[in-house]
Design a protein around this ligand. Structure first.
Ligand SMILES: [Fe+2]
Ligand SMILES: [Fe+2]
Length: 237
């Protein structure tokens, strides 16, 4: 991506995303860009054109969080803001259709399906980067920063605790619709992100460089150990 466009992307992102919100604000965008640079550009498995579209989507995918009252969710709010910028400010958005599709669907992802065209590939990699930042040590810290004030550490319901163990043991055999434990406890959120990441990586076989998979696996392992340790200390089995 050329430097002028990159500067423009940063200027726009700064208008909508706070620096001090390190879990969902500008630091989140920086971490995702660093992952993209390190594990896709230097070890490419897809076209540069697709990677550039992913880069644009990374900058703008969460700008809709600046409109918390939008009942449709922040993904569609991000699309609205971006379309306004394209029309009113004349923002040149290469492969606009791919970028908007990826942003609009990034809260849902590919539903476990493999991408069949470029816009789905952009979506798959965007969601992968988003989840790579939601797992491991940063993911644990993000969970507590974002959810820790409103949720208990672990669920009180024995069924939910069993579901968390199941998530860590058989992450690929559950469906995303089964993961109802997401919002009920911090450890539940961690288990959800662990399982969701397993689904995402399975659907992107062949597109994820080995070096990136190692990072993902390491982060998942740290997350799993942390959560199981917390559950173990409660005496739950
Ligand atoms: Fe998001
Ligand atoms: Fe995000």
């Amino acid at each position: 991506m050329d430097g002028i466009l990159e500067e423009k992307c940063w200027a726009i992102a700064r208008c909508f995303l706070p620096e001090e919100n390190w879990w969902h604000g500008l630091p989140h965008i920086r971490r995702m860009l660093a992952l993209l640079d390190g594990f896709f550009v230097e070890d490419p498995t897809v076209d540069t054109v697709v990677l550039n579209a992913v880069r644009m989507a990374v900058y703008f995918h969460d700008i809709g969080r600046s409109r918390p009252d939008d009942s449709r969710g922040h993904a569609l709010a991000s699309v609205d803001i971006l379309e306004e910028l394209v029309e009113q400010e004349g923002l040149a958005l290469p492969h606009r259709e791919w970028v908007l599709y990826a942003i609009a669907n990034h809260s849902v992802g590919l539903g476990g399906q493999s991408p069949t065209n470029e816009k789905e590939t952009v979506l798959g990699i965007l969601v992968l980067l988003d989840h790579a930042d939601a797992i491991g040590a940063i993911g644990i810290a993000r969970t507590f920063a974002h959810m820790g004030r409103s949720l208990p550490l672990i669920p009180e319901d024995e069924v939910d605790i069993k579901a968390i163990y199941y998530c860590f043991t058989y992450p690929k055999s559950i469906t995303m619709a089964d993961v109802q434990i997401k919002e009920r406890s911090c450890v539940g959120c961690i288990a959800f992100n662990f399982a969701a990441t397993s689904h995402i990586t399975a659907s992107l076989t062949g597109l994820i460089p080995v070096s990136f998979m190692d990072i993902i696996s390491g982060r998942q392992e740290r997350m799993k150990l942390f959560a199981l340790d917390i559950l173990g200390q409660t005496g739950a089995t």
